[in-house]
Design a protein. Structure first.
Length: 272
């Protein structure tokens, strides 16, 4: 096993030369030990009630699967989290392996090691400060369920993970419960997590195993920004096209919650 060489990207609120507040994109090169890293697939379902969501997912699946394959071979722990489909995997070895994890109590507040004093979240969780929940509003309005097509009525259209994503029965884990995912990571000495899947403004940020919760529990997290999507309609504020809406939501994650990376970094394989 070696290290994943990642170009981690965040956005910082700083002052420019004239003393004006501006957001600056910051990229840092980092080495994440593969053995201490997980890659979680969030809600990469076999179907979706929204035709637009289905159409946008299909081109992503081959690269998702290749990214998972390379990460797995490098020694990264793969976690499949297709919410609401655990009955489908009741007897799957990867599901049973996850259920064997010893319970682990996540920290109540953001651990010291996870606080980033340069971020707005880090300052609000700083020692001696007010440990209140800080959840800035998202930059896109998905009040209409975010569909770009005529369908507006949501229903459970999924039964399993997308068949284009390989699940290794001998090494992978399957769970859609954040506390169980956390326990599995703790048992394996995993302190960092890459996350891909859909949809960033909904499930990827807000699931019990998603960016916000895992960050609060002290798991350093990075969104694979080219292997995700949003539920957003250009008919809603801020009235931009769908790709721009996705870019804005990725930027929101970078500003307030986590790093982002490009899948090319993972596909390059480990160093050493």
């Amino acid at each position: 096993m070696g290290d994943l060489r990642l170009h981690l990207r965040r956005q910082r609120l700083t002052l420019d030369e004239g003393g004006h507040r501006v957001w600056r994109t910051v990229t840092e090169e980092a080495s994440w030990p593969a053995a201490a890293t997980a890659l979680l697939l969030c809600d990469v379902w076999d179907s979706h009630w929204c035709r637009g969501a289905r159409e946008r997912m299909e081109p992503l699946v081959p690269r998702m699967n290749e990214t998972v394959r390379v990460a797995r071979e490098a020694g990264v722990q793969i976690v499949h989290a297709p919410s609401g489909t655990m009955d489908h995997y009741a007897d799957h070895p990867a599901r049973l392996r996850a259920l064997e994890a010893e319970p682990a109590d996540p920290p109540e507040g953001l651990p010291e090691a996870a606080r980033d004093p340069e971020s707005l979240v880090g300052r609000l969780f700083a020692p001696g400060g007010e440990a209140a929940e800080y959840d800035p509003p998202l930059p896109v309005d998905a009040a209409d369920n975010g569909t770009t097509t005529a369908e507006n009525d949501s229903y459970k259209a999924w039964t399993s993970q997308h068949p284009g994503i390989e699940i290794d029965p001998g090494r992978d884990l399957i769970s859609d419960d954040g506390r169980l995912v956390y326990a599995c990571l703790q048992a394996r000495g995993v302190t960092r997590m890459l996350i891909l899947g859909v949809h960033t403004n909904m499930c990827v940020l807000h699931r019990s195993f998603g960016i916000k919760q895992m960050t609060k529990w002290g798991v350093e997290t990075a969104l694979i920004r080219d292997l995700t999507d949003t539920m957003y309609s250009p008919a809603r504020p801020p009235y931009v096209d769908h790709d721009e809406g996705t870019r804005l939501v990725v930027g929101y994650a970078e500003k307030f919650w986590c790093w982002s990376v490009d899948s090319a970094d993972v596909l390059a394989g480990p160093a050493g």
